[in-house]
Each structure stands twice: as C-alpha cells, then as structure tokens.
Design a protein around this ligand. Sequence first.
Ligand SMILES: [Ca+2]
Ligand SMILES: [Ca+2]
Length: 178
Amino acid sequence: MDLIVGQGHSYGFYWWEQGGPKSHPTWTKHIIDESFSQAHALLLTEIDGEMQLITGKRYRGHNGNDPGSYDSVVVYAYTLDRKTATFKRHILSMNGTASAGTQFIAADLDKDGDMDLASAGKLGVHIFENLRIDNVPKVMREQHIPLEQIWPFEGEGPIVQQENGRPDLVKNNNENRQ
Ligand SMILES: [Ca+2]
Ligand SMILES: [Ca+2]
C-alpha cells in the first residue's frame, strides 16, 4: 500500500512508494506537484471512469502565515496512470475563488448522471459541475453568466448591435436603427 500526502501548510504534495518486506517496509518519496502550497484536502475518487486525485490550494490556511499564502488560488484534478505511476494535471479552477478548503466531496449533485465536485473554503462554497453530460440549454447558461449583459450602460454612447448579444437586445437595436 502506497500513500499520497499533501503539505497542508507548505508547498507540495507527494506519493510515498512502499517497498521492502512487510516486516520492514521502506518508503520512497515521489513528487506529484510542488507548484502550489497548502494542499490541505485530497480526494482520490473515480470520475468519468478513471481514478482522479482532486486537490488544490487552501486559501489562508494559517491566516496568511503559510508559505505561498498570497499565491493564486488553484484547484486541480490529476488523472493517474497506474502503470507508469504518473499524474497528469487538469485545471478545475485557477486564480478564482474556488479553493481546496479542508475537504472535497464527489457526488452527482445535479443528478444528470455524471460526478460533480464541491468544496468549501475561506473564499466561499463552490460546485464544480461536470460537463461530460450537459443537459442545460445554452440559452439558460447564458442567462446565468454573472455579467451585466445590458450594455453599453446608460450615458455611454449609442447602442451598437452585439454579435452575441441577447436576442431581445438585438431586436431593440434593430428598432433603434430604424
Ligand atoms: Ca452531475
Ligand atoms: Ca453534468
């Protein structure tokens, strides 16, 4: 049995390979990733049919006193090739507000048939929606983009037709041009 260990309050996480006889085991340290600090939570789980290791940076693990406390906050998934014992990194969130916190959970949160993730940290609670199965219409996702879509704002000049603007706004633009 091998081990995967994250540095909760410094840089790096590793896997430790067990060797030797069971009566006198030896342990060899292997680097998985040392690019971020405070990998305070690790989750090894099967997602989309393959084993994945989920981790990331905890934000302000010791209230800003840990190494790397002010680095970008990241959350990564690592797919594991067990034949070569290599981990391939995939970005789930970078420089956003999602963080590792103290635990990840994996569950099909929207019950569409694929496994989603959630974490809670000092920057808030986040859900990572798995888009392998995506039953949400594009128009509905557009409505939930956290941006003000009615622009230019009042007093900022004439309305111009936007290539990807809301259908109702594009219609209004055409009326304004008449
Ligand atoms: Ca799902
Ligand atoms: Ca999904």
